[in-house]
Design a protein around this ligand. Sequence first.
Ligand code: MN
Length: 490
Amino acid sequence: MKRNFWLLVGSQTLYGDDVLKTVNERAAYMVSYLNACGKLPYELIYKGTAKSNAEITDVIREANFDKECAGIITWCHTFSPSKMWINGLASLQKPYCHLATQYNREIPNEDIDMDFMNLNQAAHGDREHGFIATRLRIPRKVIAGYWQDDRVADRLGEWMRAAVGVAFSKELKVMRFGDNMREVAVTEGDKVEVQTKLGWQVNTWAVGDLVKEMNAVSDDEIDALMAEYAEKYDFNTENTDAIRYQAKEEIAMEKMLQREGCMAFSNTFQDLYGMEQLPGLASQHLMSKGYGYGGEGDWKISALTAIMKAMGERGNGKSSFMEDYTYHLVSGNEYCLGAHMLEVCPSVAADKPRIETHHLGIGMNEKDPARLVFEGKAGKAIVVCLIDMGGRLRMICQDIECVKPIMEMPNLPVARVMWKPAPDLLTGIECWITAGGAHHTVLSYDVSAEMMKDFANMMGIEFVHITKDTTVESLEEKLMVSDLIWKLRG
Ligand code: MN
């Protein structure tokens, strides 16, 4: 869907028509400048200068009901008394960013007089405007800086991506094939709570329905998808039947996902009744098209994968379902190795992935599943998980530095990513476990921790960030305080 953002400029009638005309012209120019600067991922639309309670309430009502509007950005060129914002802001249902900027970069030494001061008073206009959002306890982002600076446009762009994640989340449907893996705790969760807070519609379809859909896939459809695989991946197996079987699974799953309007799905190796192979290549290629995926029935991480992909580059960012697998605990050279039994998204691959078939002992596979094998890229990234604390959701985000895997691991038959978590592997593990973090995560190279924090704030869920500065002691304290706060907030 097309998304855009609205800029609302605050003012009042006190200044007279000339000042308001100038404010209006400048705001329109600012919007055209920002749209042309190439930094904003979505269009910014100037919705006028608001001068009264009625005007503000009307435009916010319009924003709430406009499907394409993914958020509002406000700025006060002049002073806008904030009581006229209360009725509007109290009813706002869209993400909200307060841009604290001013039209002129410099104070004009010779030209400054009281006329200039009357026109250019963002410094106190934005403070009056900020007070009322704080007083109303409205979650919002505050970005301060000169509007022509790249950093301001970059930050606005990042906030826009987080807000689009919110819009995407509120419409997200998740298709579960089968239930969660038996006895696993962290992949469970309160679906009613999740739908209330995040909007996700999480429902189950029988694996038998998928098998029926698979049986209806034609050879022509499989041939077409095989040609696409051949273009994107190297074939490193003679077992063409296994690849064709994965193609059949992918086509059938995508048909069901599209029919139901789902952008995320989960399955489990414990429930493949009627299927010869756990979908490997099939799930990987679907992820590369923007679908979320979670293994072992993990619908929470599947949905989060889809959202972070929607927040990333061009609506299908470099984010993947991931699992912490095993550690390299050599002193001074510690790493975490992430992978999954099959399903890592090729959007995070360093080089062209290869299709291979190998035996998969776990689960009900009658035949060896085809899968993509590759190394993940080096670079800064984050891992994010979402856990159900009972009564509330906690999002945990950790900064990581991915490296080219330090060994080849020629007998490891799956895609792999190697990284150092912040602040260091061992403290990072202690922090993650102390916070209750899951083994399943979304690993992303193009969604930042700040974007995830903004997303959590807009959604009203707890956010825990493990950074280079985090210690176990500081985290424990934060979690204890957080527990009290969230018991009160609910
Ligand atoms: Mn897993």
